[in-house]
Design a protein around this ligand. Structure first.
Ligand SMILES: NC(=O)C1=CN([C@@H]2O[C@H](COP(=O)(O)OP(=O)(O)OC[C@H]3O[C@@H](n4cnc5c(N)ncnc54)[C@H](O)[C@@H]3O)[C@@H](O)[C@H]2O)C=CC1
Ligand SMILES: CC(C)CC(=O)C(=O)O
Ligand SMILES: [Mg+2]
Length: 373
């Protein structure tokens, strides 16, 4: 891959979003300096900050900037003034959902790894999580988050619908990912109760013979929530619908060590988007304490998406170095032994600049498993 010029739309959003995005941009600039690539950043409003400025959580200008970009980097959106006001008609999250739908981002890919150096600090039994390494394929533009919703005289409803097409297009991606990994796909659903889940099972069963090298198993979501903690090593690729994937991947972050560690990519019809799996963590806003690693690793997924594999692995290697040397925020260390958001980002960027002391081609970077599909 030669020298690239890429335009990145940055939707930093609310809460800690701007702080973690700033550190990911620092790291992308370090990659640019080291390898000669040019990354330009087009900052746009989305979420509560966009409502404050324009009345709309996803202004037209923001959406247009995303369509014109080579990739989108998203921080997080959300603000307690909406979380605590169920009557609010305009909400930050509507912007995020509309963005996902408008960009056709139907597959949200969330890798989860138990990092060796963090295992001793885990609240989970160390031998249960050592070696755990899975990847979620979460459907992102259908299901209950997008169904018709409303109030009745004395109640409320949220409809959940899925089409065969919506299920099969992400199922194909998940099967292909399983072929490039350990050859196992687990469909998580609630097919004992939900008609949509029975359709998911039917479609996956129909596709399965086309992927004879992939072993498929099926788990009900309640059991899956328990199995994730009991025996996470059984999972390779987890395919699931929108809401189940949202919930289970936050749960799985405990295996990694913190919600502040898990990155994601969202892919589909148009431009791809990269964001940490966490939200706007409003309690930490402006305190310089949030973990920027999830966003930095999302930037690594973006580099991989651009075909810059060596660059992506260098970022992951630099993150490993930070974890190894305990240059970590307070979610991973006691407050007196911890570093700030900015210090962690600066350390990772400096490791990138130094080619992590020129060990550029280190094999088997633990965080470096390919997520390209
Ligand atoms: N993609 C997005 O933009 C998302 C937005 N949200 C929104 O975020 C707001 C807050 O929601 P919560 O349920 O509190 O979820 P959250 O993910 O913001 O935070 C939950 C907890 O996870 C930990 N955490 C999250 N990010 C962290 C980081 N970078 N470093 C260290 N610890 C971290 C903190 O202990 C925090 O209290 C809400 O308005 C919600 O709607 C929630 C999830 C995703
Ligand atoms: C705020 C939600 C719409 C999104 C969410 O929780 C997520 O994508 O993880
Ligand atoms: Mg979530």
């Amino acid at each position: 891959m030669g020298i690239l010029t890429k335009k990145i739309a940055v939707l930093a959003g609310d809460g800690i979003g701007p702080e973690v995005c700033q550190e990911a941009i620092k790291v992308l600039n370090a990659i640019g300096d080291r390898f000669g690539h040019t990354f330009t950043f087009d900052h746009q409003l989305m979420g509560a900050c966009a409502i404050d400025a324009t009345g709309d959580p996803l202004p037209e200008e923001t959406l247009q900037a995303c369509f014109e970009a080579d990739a989108v980097l998203l921080g997080a959106i959300g603000d307690p003034k909406y979380d605590n006001n169920p009557a609010a008609k305009v909400r930050p999250e509507q912007g995020l959902l509309r963005l996902r739908k408008s960009l056709g981002l139907y597959a949200n890919i969330r890798p989860v790894t138990a990092y060796e150096m963090l295992i001793p600090h885990s609240p989970l039994k160390n031998d249960r999580i050592a070696g755990a390494d899975m990847i979620f394929f979460r459907e992102l533009t259908g299901g209950i988050y997008f169904g018709e919703k409303g109030r009745t005289e004395d109640g409320a409803y949220d409809n959940c619908t899925y089409s065969r097409f919506e299920i099969s297009r992400i199922a194909h991606l998940a099967f292909k990912a399983a072929q490039n990994r350990r050859g196992k796909l687990t469909l998580v659903d609630k097919a004992n109760v939900l008609e949509t889940s029975r359709l998911w099972r039917e479609v996956v069963q129909e596709l399965s013979p086309s992927y004879p090298d992939v072993k498929v198993d099926y788990l009900f979501v309640d059991n899956a929530a328990m199995q994730l903690i009991l025996n996470p090593k059984q999972f390779d690729v987890i395919l699931t619908e929108n809401m189940f994937g949202d919930i289970l991947s936050d749960e799985a972050s405990v295996i990694a060590g913190s919600l502040g560690l898990l990155p994601s990519s969202s892919v589909g019809d148009a431009v791809a988007l990269f964001e940490p799996i966490h939200g706007s963590y409003p309690q930490a806003k402006g305190k310089n304490i949030a973990n920027p690693i999830a966003t930095i690793l999302s930037a690594a997924m973006m580099l991989e998406h651009f075909g810059l594999l060596q660059e992506a692995n260098l970022v992951r290697y630099a993150v490993e170095e930070a974890l190894d040397k305990k240059i970590v925020t307070q979610d991973l260390a006691s407050p007196i032994m911890s570093y700030s958001t900015e210090q962690v980002g600066t350390f990772v960027a400096s490791c990138v600049m130094g080619g992590v002391l020129e060990g550029l081609h280190k094999e088997n970077v633990q965080l470096g498993m390919s997520t390209v599909i």
